[in-house]
Write a protein of this length. Sequence first.
Length: 244
Amino acid sequence: MFVRHLVLLLTILGVSFAHAQSPPTDSSQPAPAVQDKRAYGVLPNNRSAEASDPFHALTARQKLTIAAKDSFDGAVYPTAAIFSVVYQAENQNPSFGQGVKGYAQRVGGAFGDQMIGNMMTEGFAPALLHEDPRYFRLGEGSGVRRVWYAVTRIIVTPTDKNHMTFNFAEWGGNAAAVAISNAYYKDGRNADDNMEKLLVQCGTDALSNVLKEFWPDVKRHFSKKKNAPSIDGAAPASTAQSGQ
């Protein structure tokens, strides 16, 4: 019952946000390059863009390229390995067993979840549905407004013509990824478990949007702190070293 209500709520929110303001359209300009390929040093950031930049539709090839970069980013592998330690300790998917073999299967499953989910939600589904898989960072306004904006991007997204629509690629792509995961997860193949996996996947993407929204702010904060003069008036270490 809770799952049904949640899905209904998300649908209503999607309709209400369908008329949200879109980034300005300018098809004559190329899509801006992403400055930071990895946010916080570990989070793949290839699909981030600025909402203030002119909108330029991506080709199907560009969408698949973004998905592939996020799926096979160097940080994905250690992340899968670390999470698998937790899965092993909790004995998730007990059919995998324990020991090295069980751990290896869990690492493979964790990587498969990330890779298939990214390829579906950022590549194949957006290409087929003519939706834009990028996260357009708001970058201004109150913190609450920006968090709300970031979370609701899993509900709405621009089309290739820059019209806001329900994010079918997010939900349909993750649903397809969950369905595919049943091929290598022998445990939890029932509808309730699959719905839980879907909500976890979409919730993870919402959290990822929030982290990407504030990453430039965090980066600027630490950059200012690093370059700020010391209390005794001495120049920052980086400035002092460059003047030697």
